[in-house]
Design a protein around this ligand. Structure first.
Ligand code: CA
Length: 231
């Protein structure tokens, strides 16, 4: 009996050691993943091509003349992008955008395989073309419905529901004809010039920051604002 219990104890010990080993490995993996992201932000360099990029004709949230420009490369199907918009964006809005200190520019960078991501991007471009302000409500609705299939029908229905003034017929036609495919690929070219690899990629005046780390984003904006940040 005692022998058996000892054996069981040994078995448990081996299992616990195994579990700990796996946890340590996961920990090391996560640490290196995060530190490589953090490494990108801590060298604090403006992306080489940033000054050559024009963000004209991109949706802007906030005051056009805000001193700090936040650029987000977005895929509406990407869960981390939703996380950024639900968790980080409201804080950015409150601390900087509503105070006129920063503005957010959204650039499409569909990375997820399949037709949904590029279609959502095209629908966003089409809505933006009709209403430059209301498009933000549409983006929000895309994130809220991220689990749905972004078919053309769904994209049009969503626009009708969220933005009653939208010309839904026009949107439907434009989705059918891929009218905004080139606008989306132009956005992707911007992303590639700025070495964007994944979404969301967040640039503060051209410097990359870790999207999930609000204290780091806040610090980066305050650094750009200089003494203004203390006001
Ligand atoms: Ca665009």
């Amino acid at each position: 009996m005692a022998q058996k219990r000892k054996k069981n104890n040994q078995g448990n010990l081996i299992m616990i050691t195994g579990v700990i080993a796996v946890l340590v490995l996961i920990g090391i993996g996560l640490y290196s993943a995060f530190s490589s992201i953090g490494g990108g932000s801590s060298n604090n360099e403006t992306k080489a091509a940033y000054s050559e990029i024009s963000f004209e004709n991109q949706p802007v949230y906030g005051k056009e003349d805000a001193p700090v420009t936040i650029v987000e490369f977005v895929d509406f199907k990407c869960p981390s992008c939703k996380e950024f918009h639900k968790g980080i964006f409201p804080q950015l809005k409150k601390d900087f955008i509503d105070k006129g200190k920063a503005k957010l520019i959204l650039v499409n960078f569909p990375v997820i395989e399949g037709e949904d991501s590029p279609r959502a991007a095209m629908a966003g471009e089409a809505v933006f073309n009709q209403n430059k302000e209301a498009v933000w409500k549409y983006y929000e609705a895309l994130f809220d419905n991220q689990d749905k299939e972004f078919t053309s029908e769904f994209s049009v229905e969503l626009a009708k529901k969220e933005l009653p003034d939208i010309d839904a017929k026009k949107l439907e036609q434009e989705l059918k004809e891929n009218t905004y495919a080139s606008a989306v690929s132009d956005d992707q070219i911007i992303g590639r010039k700025l070495e964007v690899q994944s979404t969301p990629t967040i640039l503060i005046n051209g410097k990359e920051v870790a999207f999930f780390n609000y204290p780091a984003i806040k610090a980066a904006i305050e650094e750009e604002l200089g003494s203004e940040g203390d006001e």
